[in-house]
Ligand binder design. Structure first.
Ligand SMILES: Nc1nc2c(ncn2[C@@H]2O[C@H](COP(=O)(O)OP(=O)(O)OP(=O)(O)O)[C@@H](O)[C@H]2O)c(=O)[nH]1
Ligand SMILES: [Mg+2]
Length: 333
């Protein structure tokens, strides 16, 4: 399975230093020590968020630091604690120590948190050092240093869009066009033997697609290869049903679509109920494909798109359509 990985350096806040101070009031020239303690440094916390689907933000930012605790003050005032730094990661992120590989946390559920580096304790103010023999201590301690850690984040990507269709429909060609994925493409069936993932990256969001081996009639009962992978697409939000439009009239293509739909339904009601975007591919090899798409679209009562995965025609529009269908992740609440 495709892994998204990132390495980051986190540092919790230093504790604030304790204060050396003495009470000075008009009628109390010999006031006692009143230096307060330093504030605690902020913790570094990782929190799982369903609004992210990749570790992309960590390519842009590697160093993360929580706030320092403030220094203590006179009048026995403690310094303010540093704010905790809460770093959002996608659900399903495994957090490891880079050096040893030790697993610190497996953040699976939305809002699940782990403190990876606790903030340093604040130093002690001089009022803490007053004893019967030393009424005017001039000692205060510095705050404890924060902790710096190098972390490795690993995420098992979960596809939002599953590309399904007969062998040779052009599924792998399409994913290589839409994303940076680079799967094997060849003019024979069952080129793809394992599911592959690709990520569409746009300035404001990302989307994960899965290319699975082709399906054939009988797939639900175990024919061909695709059936083992149907369970992978069960978790997708949308199915991209890709059809080779290079030959066959509207009736023939409609029949092909129905064969795959029947396999999905046989495999599971969940798959049958998934929203589908039907896409006719290979428009470069078939002049009248748009007319056929119109006919199919009327029959299905839903939009049928036309693309050429090879020339790229219609591929950007398809990406936009998928983005519109799937709620944006990768943005904070
Ligand atoms: N003319 C034309 N050929 C295409 C297009 N898209 C894909 N092909 C060709 O169709 C053949 C199959 O493409 P693949 O991307 O390997 O198809 P697939 O659906 O991944 O096939 P399997 O992995 O076997 O299920 C290759 O020869 C591609 O070059 C297209 O838009 N136009
Ligand atoms: Mg393929």
């Amino acid at each position: 399975m495709f892994l998204d990985e990132a390495e980051i350096v986190v540092r919790s806040g230093n504790g604030g230093p304790g204060k050396v101070s003495f009470l000075r009031e008009k009628f109390m020239p010999e006031g006692g020590p009143d230096g307060g303690d330093g504030g605690r440094g902020g913790d570094v916390v990782l929190e799982a968020s369903q609004h992210y689907n990749t570790l992309g933000i960590f390519n842009r930012r590697k160093r993360w630091k929580a706030a320092e605790g403030a220094s203590g003050a006179g009048g026995n005032c403690s310094g303010k604690s540093g704010d905790h730094l809460v770093i959002p990661v996608p659900c399903g992120t495994l957090v490891k120590l880079s050096e040893t590989g030790e697993i610190l946390a497996d953040l699976t559920d939305h809002k699940q948190r782990v403190v990876v580096a606790a903030g340093g304790r604040g130093g002690r103010g001089n009022s803490r050092f007053k004893t019967s023999t030393n009424q005017t201590p001039r000692t205060a301690t510095p705050g404890e240093q924060g902790t710096e850690l190098r972390l490795k984040l690993e995420l098992k990507l979960i596809a939002e869009v599953g590309i399904i269709g007969f062998p040779n429909a052009g599924k792998s060609t399409l994913i290589s066009r839409l994303t940076k994925a680079n799967p094997k493409v060849a003019p024979y069936p069952f080129t793809t033997l394992n599911p592959g993932l690709g990520v569409i990256e746009r300035s404001d969001r990302t989307m994960v697609l899965a290319d699975i081996p082709g399906l054939i009639e009988g797939a639900a009962e175990g024919k061909g290869l695709g059936h083992q992978f149907l369970r992978h697409v069960e978790r997708c939000e949308v199915l991209l049903h890709l059809v080779d439009g290079s030959d066959g009239d509207a009736r023939a293509l409609s029949r092909k679509i129905a064969v795959i739909d029947a396999e999905l339904a046989k495999f599971s009601p969940i798959l049958a109920a998934k929203p589908q975007v039907v896409v006719l591919n290979k428009s470069d090899a078939r002049p009248g494909l748009f007319k056929i798409a119109e006919t199919l679209s009327r029959q299905r009562g839903a939009e049928v798109l036309v693309i050429s995965a090879v020339s790229g025609d219609g591929v950007t529009a398809l990406g936009d359509r998928l983005m519109a269908l799937i709620p944006a992740k990768d943005s904070l609440e």
